[in-house]
Design a protein around this ligand. Structure first.
Ligand code: AKG
Length: 330
């Protein structure tokens, strides 16, 4: 073991960590039980006639990033923050050209067609090599973006401005079991042919990327800088509901379980239709190329479908904990 548990893990320690994680129980049994439970949850959601109530929070539009709107977002008093013209048309053009010229990773079972850079879920495996690959590409990939446009990358600008605006500052995240620096700069490309399913291809795949139960002292937020938008469609839908963990509410538990299975192989369309049945109407945000939108990743959200063109964003998560430095990671 290393003398200090504050230093980043070495490659060898990462491999040992992966080896030490064991898996008990029979995967087959677990899958059958989970399947049965999910069917019951879908039936429960479908039987409900009255949708859950919206919490009344709005998406705030601001000219620049300052403390108050960020504080309102992080403490769940707004559900999204929209900053038009965050980056210039020239930056968007240069980045789009570069992103489309590089070889991308194809993603399956999500509405994203492909990405440039590795997403954070790689750190969970399945093997130590996936995890190590993520960390090894992190800093070179960020520097490559900067080098390509010969200036500050959109998510560098975001990190700097969050640092300036937020009293506790902002930095590249290290909040992972390996204490290593994470990647900030994932490019996500959507194409009409990559939109999965029927309803999801038009109305969007409702999902969350963080715990759904609202907590004003901590949360994970997703920031996207839009580099290209399709001529029609591709709006961002956000459901402004606040689920409370202790409310003894079966309805909250049903929604949380459906969201946990939003991408579920084999059940996706049913889960999505059950969610549409139980959620209120969403707030619709129409970003233009150059805009920044930050949303609470624990609130259900979806990208609406489109039939022509490309939709390209650069995305990072922002982890917020009261009193602590914001940590960014893609
Ligand atoms: O591309 C967007 O507008 C939002 C995508 C999304 O699902 C996310 O950032 O979590």
């Amino acid at each position: 073991m290393r003398a200090s548990d504050t230093l980043p893990m070495t490659d060898r320690e990462v491999r040992d960590y992966f080896k030490s994680r064991s898996c008990d129980g029979k995967p087959g049994d677990r899958a059958t039980q989970a399947d049965r439970l999910l069917r019951e949850i879908i039936a429960d959601a479908e039987s409900r006639k009255v949708p859950v109530k919206a919490d009344g929070t709005a998406a705030q539009r601001v000219g620049e990033l300052t403390f108050d709107p960020l504080h309102s977002l992080f403490t769940n008093r707004t559900c999204a923050l929209h900053v038009p013209n965050f980056v210039s048309p020239a930056t968007c053009t240069a980045l789009n050209k570069w992103i489309m010229s590089e070889s991308q990773n194809m993603w399956k079972n999500t509405d994203m067609y492909y990405g440039l850079g590795l997403p954070v879920n790689s750190i969970h495996g399945p093997t130590a090599n996936h995890c190590l690959r993520y960390f090894k590409q992190a800093i070179p990939a960020m520097r490559k973006i900067r080098e390509t446009i010969k200036s500050l990358a959109p998510l560098d600008k975001l990190r700097l401005e969050l640092d300036e605006a937020w009293h506790a500052g902002a930095r590249v995240g290290t909040d992972n079991p390996y204490r290593r620096k994470m990647f900030v700069g994932l490019a996500r490309v959507m194409r009409p042919e990559g939109l999965v399913g029927e309803a999801t291809a038009t109305e969007g795949l409702i999902h969350v990327d963080a715990p759904v139960f609202g907590d004003a002292t901590q949360g994970v937020f997703s920031a996207n800088v839009y580099l290209k938008m399709p001529p029609r469609g591709g709006e961002l839908a956000v459901w402004n509901i606040a689920l409370k963990q202790n409310a003894q509410s079966r309805r909250s538990a049903v929604i949380a379980a459906l969201l946990a299975n939003a991408f579920s192989d084999g059940h996706r369309e049913k889960v999505q239709s059950a969610l549409r049945n139980i959620l209120p109407s969403p707030i619709i945000i129409k970003p233009a190329a150059g805009d920044l939108v930050i949303l609470n990743a624990g609130r259900p959200h979806a990208v609406r479908g489109f039939s022509k063109g490309l939709r390209i964003t650069m995305q990072t998560f922002i982890a917020y904990r009261e009193g602590q430095t914001l940590q960014l990671f893609s």
